[in-house]
Design a protein around this ligand. Sequence first.
Ligand SMILES: Cc1ncc(COP(=O)(O)O)c(C=O)c1O
Length: 413
Amino acid sequence: MRLRYACVTCSRILESEEIVYECPSCAAGQKDGLVEGYSRGYLSVVWSPAAPMAPGSPVDPLQFMPFPIRDLPSYPAGGTPLVCPAILQKKTGFPHLAFKNDTLNPSGSLKDRASLLVAAQAWVHGEKRVALASTGNAGASMAGAGAAFGLDVVLFVPGAAPRAKLLQSLLYGARLVPVKGTYDDAFSLSMVYTREYGGINRNTAFNPFTVEGKKTVSLELYNQLGCRVPDVVYVPAGDGVIFSGACKGFADLVKAGCADRMPVMVAVQAEGSNALARSWREAREIILPRAATIADSLSVCRPAGGRMALDYLRITKGRAVEVSDAEISAAQAELCREAGMFVEPSSAAAWAGFLKDRHQVDPGSRVVVLLTGTGFKDAAAAEKLVSLPAACDATIEAAARLLSDSYGLHGRS
Ligand SMILES: Cc1ncc(COP(=O)(O)O)c(C=O)c1O
């Protein structure tokens, strides 16, 4: 199948039936990790509608995909609910505030949208092996999709990734390579692996179908909001690929004729991993010497999707917001206690970003916060917020004492 791609660096159009990752001229001479600034020559899939679509008409996300997805019900990524959190709408004074709950994907994160499309890519090209680097969720997601579609998944992760994400990946049957080093080290190693051992590389941004798969989140949002795009969207960002995927979905809706504008897109980063936010502020490409945050999924020194994300910040007249680990933890607790949403710290960062940024937003706006990953996989982060009471004797007196000692006499009023 012949597909069209645009180089993110030089905008040149490429057509190919083969698996391609980079624009040959921009990528020439570039060695992994040794290039100044962000990677050059990554590709963006050029999608065009078969026929113009009516403004405000509902869309079928599958029609926006570059090729058919075989056996979609085997790994039904996407189709996640829009949550309208009444208590938080009232508390913040934003009556149209909504969460896109992508924690409800098969492996627990938005990454499943990309993994599904990469699994379809493997099928189109008759490949059986997919290698990737991950902070944890993309790996677990590709491992899950790999299990559902019979693929061999080789996964490079920083050794310090949350245990549950690694156990989940192993249980799905991935071959796990924990690396002594950072996510950026795992990323470079996985590139070498694919060059030497073949198969598909699913590294985020490097494989253009990662952005393409993630764009379905915006197509669904458009349908769920009554065939309208939101006004402002808050997206947690590390490599910036979820951000770009969400932007591309809206851009393709405009291209299709369904919408006449894109939302203002806000990328939310952790202060301890703020390469994109600083790059946006300082108008130059920043690579961090080290990145550290409680939101481990956002911990990136050299954002793989940096160029595209910065382009989309400009195109959507968006902005980048930074939040501290304390703000992320407080946001995680608030989402649990006041919306019943148990998300991992990276997703809580998006909520913290909205809370910090909301003075810039008209309260009548349709605001969507993207919740990208479940909290169940990061027990260590949860244990920073609560401590389990010790078991009491099985008597009503002991239970009453525990309730009073641990939670106050009457609990929450
Ligand atoms: C749950 C979750 N949210 C957000 C992100 C950040 O996405 P990106 O690195 O594409 O910016 C990740 C990345 O691993 C993630 O797993």
